[in-house]
Write a protein of this length. Structure first.
Length: 668
């Protein structure tokens, strides 16, 4: 036997420590630091050394276990049968090699019957049914022990709580396995809400699904509209089931949602064709997939193949190559939003990624900036993961200039210089100065936007000047601006000033929902504002509403209720409201008319909905809305179902609000 030298031993120790650390980050903290590809590289190198020097395989080597230990927040749940992971391939040649091994072990020359399934990019969970009743649900954890998240899983509509009587009798203990994930459109809507609440957006649907599933409050999980797709079972006795195909049929009969792209394929060539098709179509799906899982169909063959330490020999994941593009970070700026959250933004040398030219990438917050270890001038790989704003995946360290500097996260607000704070349990740094010009600018812009007072001509540039010249200290000052004050401003000729003053005057007659929206209360977007107007009817009764009543409104909840009460308790805000009254803003009464709720609003419908499109068209039109077939800047809402295609992207680009069926129902 060849003896390893000191260098190999050191490398092995380093690899094991690294892999253990990444396992912990991935499984326990749900916060992976490196990409799957990089993790695989480390793991492959570990296996390579252990293959060459088998005497070095220790029982506690990461190669001998499935993952790291579980976190302590939920009760542990032991899986009766371990939840394995999958071997990976990244090319047709590698898949052909997998297939060759399968045929060799099965001692057959024939094409193998496979079932191909999209590799859903969510979280694997197990559901335990005892006598047909859903009793316990858990995450995968380290493959042996996961977390008991039964209460949260029960809120997912696509998880049946009871199985049919014949199935319950046949399989008194049945474990169903599958993936929980979030639709891209759901994440878009969620991120809009989070942003309105001043909470930084979630990076991608996978993180969003993971976070939503591990909520200690199941109500939050319920609101997140997660989806479960089943793809496997285990039971003490699999009577009557001879293949993966039979499993899929059984799960379908039992009303589990099964992915629509699952299909059989025989031999390498057919599998490769299906893979190509899936890769081509993946952008049109409303959920992320990161490859295709290929399973040997017949159970007798699966059994004959068995498993290696952490993965079955009868299945493999063929991963897609994510489109990553290299560019350079020219600068990092820190932008202050309307709510005071400070976001680092990478200014990039413009490049095309997944069909769009991008020149900005969000770096989210200080933790992310440090995790990536960004230096100015760094060459980086960027990737668009469903979002319009791309993420920085990693820095190409080899190309770093020797004297490259780290951007420094500011201690003080880049706009008003007051000290930034990072509230407990938050990733964002915030400027707490209510008079901060950058926040005020954002507020003013929001106040005058289409959904609010709709003052044409009051854009971000003018907002900046008005604040800089101290003509406006809060949005209430807009209504008493004069010709004399506006004329000296940059680019404000007489005509423009007259138009602006006309628009301000007209805006004083505003509808109550728009008035409420314009105030910019955290969490109160257009839908919530309409709801509040319907419920309270006048501005005065909303102003004096108590927290209990607000909390009980469907679609408001305790956090927003608190924000509303705090908003009206603030003396600065009361002053602003007085200014508005004195300047002649009409605080109107509002009639919650059943019929005209959507009047003046235009909709476009896309994707597959739970009922025919005409049903929704009639619903919208009956409430006074208009439905058209193509999206433009005048469209108010895109009603979006599954597999929405290009309309969703276009809506994104034009800033058209994307809503779900459920939200439409909430409007009505
Ligand atoms: S089967 C023994 N099927 O991939 C087979 N897994 O690395 C184990 N996944 O953690 C899993 N889609 O979260 C299987 N159609 C699919 C899947 C799938 C996604 C995930 C699952 C698991 C990981 C395996």
């Amino acid at each position: 036997m060849v003896e390893p030298d000191k260098k190999i031993r050191e490398e092995l120790n380093r690899l094991r420590a690294e892999i253990n650390r990444h396992n912990q980050l991935y499984y326990d903290q749900d916060n992976p630091e490196i990409s799957d590809a990089d993790y695989d590289r480390l793991f492959d190198r570990l296996l390579e050394i252990e293959r060459e020097f088998p005497q070095l395989i220790a029982p506690d080597s990461p190669s001998q276990r499935v993952g790291a230990a579980v976190s302590g927040r939920f009760e542990p749940a032991v899986h009766r049968v371990p939840m394995l992971s999958l071997q990976k391939v990244t090319s047709e040649e590698e898949f052909a090699e997998f297939d060759r091994r399968v045929r060799e072990l099965l001692e057959t020359e024939d094409d193998v019957e496979y079932v191909t399934e999209p590799k859903l990019d969510g979280l694997a969970v197990e559901l335990v049914y005892i006598n047909g009743n859903f009793m316990k649900g858990s995450t995968r954890g380290d493959g042996t022990t996961g977390e008991n998240i039964t209460a949260n899983l029960k809120t997912i509509e696509t998880i049946p709580l009871r199985l049919s009587k014949p199935t319950a009798a046949r399989y008194p203990l049945l474990e169903v396995r599958g993936e929980v994930f979030m639709h891209r459109s759901t994440l878009d809507t969620l991120n809009c809400t989070l942003q309105e609440q001043g909470v930084p957006p979630l990076a991608n649907p996978r993180n969003a699904a993971a976070g939503s599933l591990r909520q200690l409050d199941s109500k939050v999980t319920e609101e997140r509209k997660l989806i479960f797709h089943a793809y496997g079972i285990s039971a003490t006795d699999l009577i009557g089931l001879g293949s993966q195909n039979d499993v899929i049929k059984l799960l379908t009969r039992e009303k589990f949602e099964i992915n629509e792209s699952i299909c059989p394929a025989k031999g390498v060539a057919q599998v490769a064709t299906v893979f190509g098709r899936l890769d081509e179509n993946r952008e049109s799906l409303d959920y992320d997939i990161d490859g295709m899982v290929i399973k040997v169909n017949r159970f007798d063959q699966q059994e004959a193949l068995g498993q290696i330490s952490r993965a079955p020999r009868w299945a493999v994941a063929w991963k897609f190559a994510a489109e990553q593009v290299e560019t350079v970070i020219e600068d990092v700026i820190f932008s202050v939003g309307r709510t005071g959250a400070v976001t680092p933004v990478a200014k990039l040398k413009p490049v095309r990624v997944a069909g769009a030219i991008v020149s900005n990438a969000t770096l989210h917050n200080q933790d992310e900036l440090e995790r990536l270890d960004i230096h100015l001038g760094d060459h980086v790989l960027i990737q668009r993961a469903g979002d319009v704003i791309p993420d920085v995946v990693e820095v190409i360290l080899d190309k770093r200039q020797p004297n490259a500097l780290r951007p420094r996260f500011p201690k003080n607000c880049p706009s008003c210089d007051s000290s930034l704070v990072r509230p407990e349990n938050e990733a964002a740094h915030r400027c707490l100065n209510v008079a901060c010009p950058a926040q005020l600018e954002g507020c003013l812009f929001h106040f005058a936007s289409k959904g609010g007072f709709d003052i044409e001509g009051l854009g971000d540039k003018l907002a900046r000047q008005l604040i800089g010249e101290k003509l406006v200290t809060d949005p209430g000052d807009i209504f008493s601006l004069t010709n004399e004050q506006l004329l000296p401003l940059e680019l404000m000729a007489e005509k423009r000033v007259a138009n602006l003053l006309g628009a301000i005057e007209r805006s004083k007659k505003i509808e109550l929902p728009k008035l409420i929206y314009a105030l910019g209360i955290l969490g109160v977007g257009e839908a919530a504002a309409r709801l509040l107007a319907d419920e309270f009817g006048t501005f005065g009764s909303l102003q004096s509403a108590d927290i209990e009543r607000l909390e009980q409104l469907q679609g408001i909840g305790p956090v927003i209720a608190r924000n509303i009460v705090a908003f009206f308790d603030n003396s600065g805000n009361s002053k602003m409201i007085s200014k508005m009254r004195e300047a002649g803003v009409v605080f109107p009464k509002h009639q919650a008319t059943q019929q005209g709720q959507l009047s003046g609003k235009s909709f476009v419908i896309t994707g597959t909905l739970s009922r025919p499109r005409n049903y929704f068209k009639n619903l919208i039109e009956a409430a006074g809305g208009k439905v058209s077939s193509s999206i433009s800047a005048h469209t108010n809402y895109l009603l979006c179902g599954e597999n929405p295609g290009s309309k969703r992207d276009k809506a994104h680009k034009l800033g058209v609000e994307i809503i779900t069926e459920r939200q439409l129902q909430d409007f009505l």
